[in-house]
Unconditional design. Structure first.
Length: 566
């Protein structure tokens, strides 16, 4: 709130306009301010050092020289000898004498002042105090439109750097008092800044201004969620270089620094309360104590790809001369092999709260706590069906009620894209993934057909109505993500290797243990050429019997699921 200093409405309106204009100017200034990067600190240090020495030069130039002092002294003596002081105020005579004394001592006084200031600076540096330099730090930040709040780690670090620069300048000044002008900084932090000074973008040509033009044009026709992801990815780059950084000035130096920092950037940082309100650099430093997992090389490459696609368009549209992200990708890491569960791991998993009863079926984070609430929706059935069929989670999650039916006396699951009964439609990985998979006897014993019958009575097309697609069209993505976190919480998983797909690999291993070759059961897993049988789910009895024999061979020695059949 701001008082306008009048009760007259017309006058208040007149006074309001410049206030609002000033507010808008302040807001625009804040939006244009940049975060501090190492190059800014280097310039601040060197500017402080050279600026202090320049001021020392000016002060020395203003000092009266020896010839001037002697001339003034001779003039005073001559006036006395001429008896030319009659009619003068005695105080004026005294002031003239004092001025002469001050002129004679000015150089010595200045030197003593520098010695005291240097001693104070060193003492403050040792104690971690910044009061002696605070006003100069704030003035530098304001002049260079850098967004750093007083008292933050960035501000304190900059202040200490500038204090060290000031101390070096005072050392040179004291050397000059002795006539030595050859001294150079001994502090390794005080050196000429090698990086170019950052420029401010012209109106409409900041990185994000231009990105919005790229997003509206969408030259590659990508989905909206991918554009939003690009905007978030590039936002971390802007957080590093500053909101007013000109797009034309982006070079490999900025991209390289960003890439290196991304490797230390925590996963889902913007969703973590502990990092709320922090800048890019602050998040990385805070995570040194918090210890959240950092981005994988693959994810870092995704960030680089987001920036690269945008800058490629910017090159075509003459905003920048070349794309600095080229050849900057990290070497692709070998994808960690997905491991099958051991029998002991399966027993641990299926006797855990997710399957035996938890505190809450709706709060994922509490699912690792035992309780009386049974999860019996897609989260329960999909892992079990994967275990005894090798099907993919998305294939199971999209099943319609009528995709589970009897054929030639056997219950089957028809995995297909046919029919659009489910809310979001269906999809399979390849055309050869459409297939008929018999229902394993263990699934029947555990109550899968009872669940199916319940869904028939309830009505609705989807077998698992709670299984939905995310904004990118991926089925079961939420379950896949939370399942991995759940295994960590119950101590079943460290690092990578185990995931929801471990069930699929386990089914393949089970078929191999039963003596079947990969080429003999690949079609069960959806590795086959497309056929009309797969599309429509109708096959001769003999072919179905072969499939029943294969699926029934999936077994896990040592695994006991009797507690789930009760």
């Amino acid at each position: 709130m701001k008082a306008l200093g009048t009760s007259d409405l017309a006058e208040a309106k007149r006074r309001l306009h410049p206030v609002i204009t000033n507010w808008h100017r302040e807001f625009e200034d804040m939006r244009a301010r940049r975060v501090l990067v190492p190059a800014d600190r280097e310039h601040a240090v060197w500017d402080q050092y050279t600026g202090s020495l320049a001021r020392d030069d000016q002060a020395r130039a203003a000092l009266p020289g020896e010839a001037e002092v002697q001339a003034a002294k001779a003039e005073a003596i001559a006036r006395i000898e001429r008896d030319d002081i009659s009619g003068l105020d005695p105080l004026q005579v005294l002031d003239a004498g004092l001025d002469l004394m001050v002129a004679q001592r000015m150089a010595d006084v200045s030197s003593e002042h520098r010695k005291v200031k240097l001693a104070d600076l060193r003492q403050h540096l040792a104690k971690g105090e910044t009061a002696l330099i605070a006003h100069e730090v704030d003035a530098y930040l304001k002049a260079n439109r850098l967004l750093v709040n007083r008292g933050t780690p960035e501000w304190i670090s900059l202040a200490r750097h500038m204090m060290r620069a000031e101390a070096e300048a005072l050392e040179r000044s004291l050397e000059r008092d002795r006539g030595d002008y050859s001294g150079q900084p001994r502090d390794p932090l005080v050196k000429p800044a090698v990086g170019p000074r950052r420029e401010t973008a012209k109106p409409g040509e900041t990185i994000m201004d231009v990105f919005e033009k790229f997003a509206r044009e969408n030259p590659n026709g990508v989905a909206q969620d991918r554009l939003d992801q690009c905007r978030r990815d590039i936002g971390t780059f802007v957080d590093l270089v500053g909101a007013s950084f000109p797009i034309a000035k982006i070079s490999k130096v900025e991209v390289r620094e960003w890439k290196q920092l991304l490797q230390d950037y925590p996963v889902k940082a913007t969703e973590t309360k502990a990092f709320a309100g922090m800048t890019f650099h602050q998040i990385i430093r805070a995570n040194e104590q918090i210890g959240k997992p950092t981005l994988s090389d693959r994810t870092v490459n995704r960030y680089l790809s987001s920036l690269g696609a945008f800058l490629s368009w910017a090159v075509d549209n003459a905003y920048i001369g070349e794309n600095p992200t080229e050849k900057m990708m990290l070497k692709k890491e070998r994808k960690t092999a997905t491991l099958p569960f051991t029998s002991d791991q399966l027993q641990t998993l299926f006797t855990s709260p997710w399957f035996t009863g938890c505190k809450s079926a709706t709060e994922w984070r509490n699912v690792a706590k035992p309780g009386d609430v049974l999860i019996r929706d897609h989260r329960y059935w999909v892992p079990l069906i994967m275990l005894f069929s090798g099907a993919r989670p998305g294939e199971i999650g999209q099943l319609a009620v009528n995709d589970v039916r009897q054929q030639h006396g056997h219950w089957i699951m028809h995995i297909t894209t046919e029919g659009d009964e489910t809310a979001a439609g269906k999809s399979v990985k390849t055309a050869g993934s459409m297939r008929v998979v018999p229902v394993h006897p263990e699934l029947i014993r555990l109550g899968f057909l009872t669940y199916h019958e319940t869904r028939v009575k309830e009505g609705g097309p989807a077998l698992f109505p709670g299984a939905v697609r995310n904004v990118r069209g991926q089925m079961m993505a939420d379950v896949s993500r939370e399942f991995g976190r759940y295994m960590i919480r119950i101590g079943l998983k460290e690092g990578r290797g185990l995931s929801l797909y471990s069930f699929r690999h386990g089914a393949a291993d089970a078929l191999r243990r039963a003596g079947h070759l990969d080429q003999q059961f690949g079609f069960i897993l959806g590795h086959a050429e497309p056929t009309t049988t797969g599309k429509y789910g109708i096959m001769p009895q003999g072919m179905l019997e072969q499939r029943v024999e294969l699926v029934n061979a999936i077994a896990y020695p040592g695994l006991n699921l009797d507690h789930l059949a009760a």
